[in-house]
Design a protein around this ligand. Structure first.
Ligand code: FES
Ligand code: FES
Length: 161
């Protein structure tokens, strides 16, 4: 057990004010999972490669294993738990379910958030834009064809809403 001095980290997470006292070396992903109990954000590697830990911080996708929690102080964070509203899945979640954009599902939270960010930037993305948008997210089940289909369906659905 470390006796490092703890510091207070406050952020708006999925629209709610949240805070926790953490050691300065605490990673953002640990802050979310272990201090705020938002365990939908996954840890899939220890090399900053896989993207399972992807969240949106201040309007940009970030790999939350690559930032210290205090770096998110005062920030606005969206995690996978923030996608569904009032018990209704987000169009992106529905599309991934419908098009089998997941197999084991471990990479899915990160891919959903990468997709949200991609579709905010490019509501009707080209194949190249999709590839670039999810380039930081690795699916070990190699279901990329269905991920592409899911993103296309989400794009069409979100355009209707
Ligand atoms: S856990 Fe793999 S990139 Fe963050
Ligand atoms: S669905 Fe298994 S890692 Fe992507």
């Amino acid at each position: 057990m470390s006796d490092a001095k703890k510091i207070l980290v406050r952020a708006r997470v999925n629209g709610e004010a949240r805070e926790a006292e953490v050691e300065p070396r605490t990673l953002l992903v640990e802050f979310l999972r272990e201090h705020l109990n938002l365990t939908g954000t996954h840890v899939g590697c220890d090399t900053s490669y896989c993207g399972a830990c992807t969240v949106i911080l201040n309007g940009r996708t970030v790999k939350s294993c690559t930032l210290f929690a205090p770096m998110a102080e005062g920030g606005e964070i969206t995690t996978v738990e923030g996608l569904a509203k009032g018990g209704k899945l987000h169009a992106i979640q529905e599309a991934f379910a419908e098009c089998h954009g997941l197999q084991c599902g471990y990479c899915t939270p990160g891919l959903l958030l990468a997709t949200l960010q991609l579709l905010r930037k490019h509501p009707r993305p080209t194949d190249a834009q999709i590839r670039k948008g999810i380039a930081g997210n690795t699916c070990r089940c190699t279901g990329y064809q269905n991920v592409f289909k899911s993103i296309r369906m989400a794009s069409a659905e979100m355009e209707k809403r």
